[in-house]
Design a protein around this ligand. Structure first.
Ligand code: GDP
Length: 195
């Protein structure tokens, strides 16, 4: 599914721009700088496919990638910009809510969490939105290479505890490092075997 078959399809700024829901889809969410672009590039084996979208002006675009003919991989813009204009944030939230609530072929959301920091207040908003829109989500810890084993356990405990309060949470947590390759195959398998 991932061997050289990934392509950028389109960036979507409004519901009427969504591609037809003719195949299963997974989406990736996470606060800006969490390592989302790096992870998507590691997953697809294509450097530079997902660009780091570290500018508030680009926060409204939902980026669609094709994985062969069978799956869409959807890159939701990073959240948690300190200086994003209120109007931009509100427009983005409306689009995100419509997308999550209305996308029938969306099978799972992967919410990226920095393995050093765990789930923060800024993440809770999207987790609650995933609960209310009934989209199963799975926590993916990023930058695992940056934490010591002892800190990793503490963060995992915190994440488990936070997830237990969210009915839409899938219990298994995936630990990844885009830098070292940890967890990348696991994540590929999860995406490939979703039915
Ligand atoms: P995005 O804003 O969520 O798309 O984040 P990026 O993918 O641009 O990553 C943000 C920063 O974290 C960059 O400097 C990356 O090089 C770094 N980074 C991302 N993933 C990893 C990782 O697995 N390990 C390490 N050590 N650094 C990472």
């Amino acid at each position: 599914l991932f061997a050289g078959e990934t392509d950028f399809l389109k960036g979507v700024v409004a519901m009427d721009g969504l591609p037809p829901a003719d195949r299963l889809e997974v989406c990736f969410a996470g606060r800006s700088n969490v390592g989302k672009s790096s992870l998507i590039n590691a997953l697809t084996g294509r450097k530079g496919l997902a660009r780091a979208s570290n500018t508030p002006g680009r926060t409204q675009e939902i980026n669609f990638f094709t994985l062969g003919d069978e799956r869409y991989l959807v890159d939701l813009p990073g959240y948690g910009f300190a200086n994003a204009p209120v109007k931009v944030v509100e427009k983005w939230q409306r689009l995100l809510k419509s997308y999550l609530a209305g996308r029938q072929n969306l099978r799972r959301a992967f919410v990226l969490i920095d393995a050093r920091h765990g789930i923060k207040a800024v993440d809770e908003e999207i987790l609650s939105l995933l609960d209310t829109t009934a989209v199963t989500f799975q926590a993916v810890l990023t930058k695992a290479d940056k934490v010591k084993a002892v800190d990793r356990e503490r963060v995992l405990t915190q994440v488990r505890e936070a997830l237990s309060k969210h009915p839409a949470a899938f219990p298994e947590i995936v630990l990844t490092s885009s830098e070292k390759g940890d967890g990348i195959d696991t994540l590929r398998t999860i995406i490939a075997t979703l039915a």
